[in-house]
Design a protein around this ligand. Structure first.
Ligand SMILES: [Ca+2]
Ligand SMILES: [Ca+2]
Length: 317
């Protein structure tokens, strides 16, 4: 009976909450990720402080009067907030060469030497995707999109909302988490993901370091089997234009989840009989918003159910 009760509890949890929300309940169990979070908190605080400066306000007003920037739409940032980010970027770019050197980026942390190595890690992760020196405005906005939470949330398009409908807080969190993953995979922030880009982002350090640090979700595309299945259907899912929109990406992520354990299924060359399925590693922490920080552990409902059922069966037998 006890086992049935445990399974029941997990089922109730799973029915009530989305993947991200469910995982959020384990937040308090996660240790602090440390320095990188200090860097992100300093970035958020400094941005808020400097955005109140008259010179930056004036610059944002000038940008507001210009035609909307496609980059804002590609990363689903609201135009007003995007203009503030660009003004702040220009403020940081002291030599006005349209990219931030590592030293210019350190200005975010007021040149705090104790944060030099963590600051360097964040800087390199987002400045190196194009294999060129310097953090461009696109890379800076991508960084902000991935590691922080926009004060008023993402500016989703109609087809995004259709692909990721939401009627609960948990579903809202899932949609934001998928958008963060999209921003990681869309390395050049073109608003879509090509096959080479998809592969490059999967192989590259940004996704995995951000997961290790608990910055982005591991609820989707967490396992090689999922990735390989997604690669196999990429062309079909991308359609005639050969690239994935956010809506297509969201569908692909969700449809890949059932293939997570394909490597362990009967008929697979790697099948070696029943195995213990380990829960996915890595905390999933919500992005920093307004100086707050919350941590979320990225264990999918599917994995939790599997654990619950395994646990239940072992108690019944
Ligand atoms: Ca510069
Ligand atoms: Ca792209």
């Amino acid at each position: 009976m006890r086992a049935v009760g445990v399974i029941g509890l997990f089922l109730i949890e799973a029915l009530q909450f989305s993947a991200a929300h469910f995982a959020a309940k384990h937040a308090s169990l996660q240790p602090e990720a440390g320095g990188v979070y200090d860097v992100i908190a300093r970035l958020v605080n400094d941005f808020q402080k400097k955005s109140r400066m008259q010179s930056l306000k004036n610059r944002s007003a000038v940008l507001r009067a210009q035609a909307p920037n496609l980059l804002a739409s590609n990363v689903r940032q609201k135009p007003g907030y995007f203009n503030e980010l660009v003004s702040y970027f220009e403020y940081l770019d002291e030599n006005q060469d349209s990219k931030l050197s590592e030293l210019e980026f350190m200005k975010v942390m007021d040149y705090d030497t104790s944060l030099r190595s963590d600051g360097n890690e964040v800087y390199v992760l987002f400045s190196d995707a194009d294999c060129k020196n310097g953090l461009t405005v696109q890379e800076f906005v991508r960084l902000v999109t991935v590691v922080t939470k926009a004060p008023e949330g993402f500016d989703f398009h109609a087809d995004d909302l259709e692909a990721m409908p939401s009627s609960t807080v948990g579903e809202d969190q899932d949609r934001d988490a998928i958008m963060q993953l999209f921003a990681i995979f869309d390395e050049n922030s073109s608003g879509d993901i090509g096959e080479a880009e998809f592969e490059h982002a999967w192989m590259g350090p940004t996704l995995w370091t951000c997961r290790k640090k608990g910055i982005v979700s591991s609820a989707w595309m967490a396992d090689t089997a999922e990735y390989e299945w997604a690669k196999g259907v990429f062309a079909e899912r991308a359609g005639a234009n050969g690239v994935l929109s956010l809506a297509e990406f969201a569908h692909l992520l969700k449809d890949s989840v059932p293939h997570r354990n394909d490597h362990y299924s009967k008929g697979s060359p790697e099948y070696k009989g029943p195995v213990e399925v380990e829960p996915m590693e890595g905390p999933f922490r919500k992005p920093v918003e307004m100086g707050s920080s919350q941590s979320i552990q990225g264990i999918s409902i599917a994995t939790m159910l599997l654990i619950a059922i395994s646990f239940g069966l072992s108690n019944l037998l």
